[in-house]
Design a protein around this ligand. Structure first.
Ligand SMILES: Nc1ncnc2c1ncn2[C@@H]1O[C@H](COP(=O)(O)OP(=O)(O)OP(=O)(O)O)[C@@H](O)[C@H]1O
Length: 215
C-alpha cells in the first residue's frame, strides 16, 4: 500500500468538524476520484495528504513516512520528493517560461534529468511553447504545463484538485486524458477531486464525501 489515511478527523478553529473518521487507502499506481458537495471537505483532505495542514486525530502514512512523526523539514521533503499537486488555478510561476516552469520542480526534487523533461514536453504537446510565459498560454495549455511540472518530480502520488474546473469541455477532456496517460506511464498514484461523474468514472476507484464522512 502506498497511502493510508486512517480515521482522520479535522476541525478548523471555531467551526464544526470538516472531516470525521475518514479512511482511505491507495496502492501504488491506483487512481481514486473524490467527489462530494461543495464544502464537504475534499480540498481539506487533499491538503492533509499533501502535508500542507495538520489533522486532529488519526494518522496518514505515505510509503515509509508517518505524518505525525514528521517535523517541518520532513514535511517539506515529502512535498518536494513524493507528493505533487495540480490545482484548478494553474499556479504557474508568471516570471518563468514554460521550460523553466517545467524544470524548476525537477531541480528541486534533484533526481530527474533533462531527458525526462524533454519527454514530458513532447508528451504534453508543449514543444512549440517552451519559450512562452504563462500569460501567453490558454487555460488548457497552462494546465498541461502544471501537470508536467508536477510529474517532472516523478512523484509517488499526484494530488489534483479540480484540475479541469477552469476549462471548457474540449480542453478538459484533452487535459484529463493526458494526465491519466502520464500518471499511468510514470506509475504514480492519483487522488483527484472532481465534481464530474464522467471524470470520476475514468478512474479505478471512487469515494464520496458528505457531512465530513465517506458515504
Ligand atoms: N482554513 C480554513 N479555516 C476555516 N474553515 C475552513 C478552512 N478551509 C476550509 N474551511 C471550511 O471547511 C469546509 C470544507 O472546505 P473544503 O474546501 O475542504 O471543501 P470542498 O469539498 O473542497 O469544497 P469545494 O468543492 O467548494 O471546493 C467548508 O465549510 C469551509 O468553509
Amino acid at each position: 500500500m502506498l497511502l493510508s489515511v486512517d480515521r482522520i478527523s479535522k476541525t478548523y478553529p471555531g467551526s464544526r468538524p470538516v472531516l470525521q473518521n475518514v479512511s482511505i487507502t491507495l496502492g501504488q499506481g491506483d487512481t481514486l476520484a473524490l467527489t462530494g458537495e461543495s464544502g464537504s471537505g475534499k480540498s481539506t483532505l487533499l491538503n492533509l495528504v499533501a502535508a500542507l495542514d495538520e489533522f486532529d486525530e488519526g494518522e496518514i502514512t505515505l510509503g515509509t513516512k508517518t505524518y505525525s512523526m514528521l517535523n517541518d523539514a520532513g514535511r517539506a521533503e515529502l512535498r518536494r520528493k513524493q507528493v505533487a499537486l495540480v490545482f484548478q488555478q494553474f499556479n504557474l510561476i508568471p516570471s518563468l517560461t514554460v521550460k523553466q516552469n517545467l524544470s524548476f520542480h525537477a531541480r528541486l526534487g534533484n533526481k530527474n534529468g533533462p531527458e525526462w523533461i524533454a519527454h514530458l514536453t513532447e508528451r504534453l504537446g508543449l514543444e512549440a511553447l517552451v519559450s512562452r510565459y504563462p500569460e501567453q498560454l490558454s487555460g488548457g495549455q497552462q494546465q498541461r504545463v502544471a501537470i508536467g511540472r508536477a510529474l517532472a518530480l516523478k512523484p509517488a502520488l499526484l494530488l489534483a484538485d479540480e484540475p479541469t474546473g477552469n476549462l471548457d469541455d474540449t480542453a478538459s477532456n484533452a487535459v484529463m486524458t493526458l494526465m491519466l496517460d502520464l500518471v499511468r506511464e510514470t506509475g504514480a498514484a492519483l487522488l483527484l477531486v472532481t465534481h464530474s461523474n464522467a471524470i470520476a468514472a475514468q478512474l479505478d476507484h471512487r469515494i464520496h464525501l458528505a457531512g465530513g464522512r465517506i458515504t
